[in-house]
Design a protein around this ligand. Structure first.
Ligand SMILES: Cc1cc2nc3c(=O)[nH]c(=O)nc-3n(C[C@H](O)[C@H](O)[C@H](O)COP(=O)(O)O)c2cc1C
Length: 155
């Protein structure tokens, strides 16, 4: 599979995971020539996985939980696929609580899905406004850097 066909499957509510999915897609296409499909799991919850060499899964976090459709997607077998995971979380954007976000939303989650052995995982800062106040912890440069390193691993 010379074109490194890649699926980026994501769920977003406030838009950040979609923005980051787009950044990752652009890097993999422009820097590495990968063929990438971006799929919103809310509108297409069951993409055909057979054609993909790499599957990158993105979700936002609310109330301490991954979004439901992304959680459900993790139950796929993903046999012989390279897997990578990225999250958008308010606490991941603050250096003081970043470690906590990794433990809670990535390490503890992956412990429940032992069949998943991602070659990369990361939690990026999110954005929110409303009763919790207003905050924007997004960092597109960090996402780009992660995608560049991910591309190297997938080549
Ligand atoms: C109602 C609500 C609950 C949230 N709960 C959490 C939380 O428990 N932990 C956290 O790290 N971030 C939390 N956040 C911040 C989100 O993770 C942030 O908005 C992120 O951008 C969500 O991803 P999305 O933009 O792709 O939907 C919350 C945001 C909202 C609006």
């Amino acid at each position: 599979m010379s074109n490194h066909k890649t699926l980026i499957a994501y769920v977003t509510k406030s838009g950040v995971t979609e923005e980051n999915a787009t950044i990752i897609s652009n890097v993999l296409q422009e820097n590495y020539g990968f063929e990438v499909d971006l799929v919103n799991l809310k509108t297409s919850p069951k993409p055909d996985l057979t054609q993909y060499e790499n599957i990158i899964i993105g979700s936002g976090v609310r109330m301490g939980m991954w979004y439901g459709k992304a959680k459900k997607f993790l139950k796929n077998k993903f046999k012989n696929k390279n897997i990578a995971i990225f999250l958008s979380s308010g606490t991941a954007g603050d250096p003081e609580t970043y470690g906590e976000a990794i433990t809670k939303y990535i390490n503890n989650k992956l412990a429940k899905f032992p069949h998943l052995k991602p070659i990369a995982s990361e939690a990026f800062g999110g954005r929110y406004s409303g009763r919790f106040g207003d905050a924007d912890y997004t960092d597109p440069e960090k996402v780009k850097e992660w995608a560049i390193n991910l591309g190297k691993k997938l080549c």
